[in-house]
Design a protein around this ligand. Structure first.
Ligand code: 5GP
Ligand code: ZN
Length: 115
């Protein structure tokens, strides 16, 4: 937990969000500025700045986050049409919120080219 971290505050419900899933270690909610019809953030509640802070003990959590992404894609109607999972990591990776999160993006044709 980090007192000033936006996603920790969302996990603690000090900042509101449109939640689509919550369990004891993960929360998922709609992105405030969606880039596609489906744009959900999947956020482990435990504060880690990004993948650089992930340890061996987090393998299960990360696996769970990916499986949850596939389930939410299905729930939100893009499981079959397709979707993209993105983790922006660090400054040049385009990360703006320093709390590890996965983007689930879908509902329109995404470019094959990355970057
Ligand atoms: P990043 O750039 O770190 O990979 O992604 C951060 C994401 O958080 C952005 O897509 C941005 O739109 C989203 N975001 C920023 N502030 C808020 C907020 O207060 N609530 C929600 N739901 N999303 C936010
Ligand atoms: Zn945090």
């Amino acid at each position: 937990m980090s007192a000033d971290c936006l996603f920790c505050k969302i996990a603690r419900k000090e900042v509101s969000s449109k939640t689509v899933h919550e369990d004891h270690d993960i929360v998922a909610f709609h992105d405030l500025n969606p880039v596609a019809p489906v744009h959900v953030l999947i956020v482990p509640k435990e504060h880690m700045d990004n993948l650089n802070e992930v340890g061996k003990g987090d393998d299960q959590l990360l696996g769970k986050a990916l499986r949850l992404a596939a389930k939410l894609a299905d729930d939100l109607g893009v499981g079959e049409s397709g979707y993209r999972i993105v983790i922006n990591n660090g400054d040049q990776g385009g990360q703006t919120v320093q709390h590890l999160h996965l983007h689930l993006i879908g509902g329109r044709q995404l470019e094959a080219k990355m970057g």
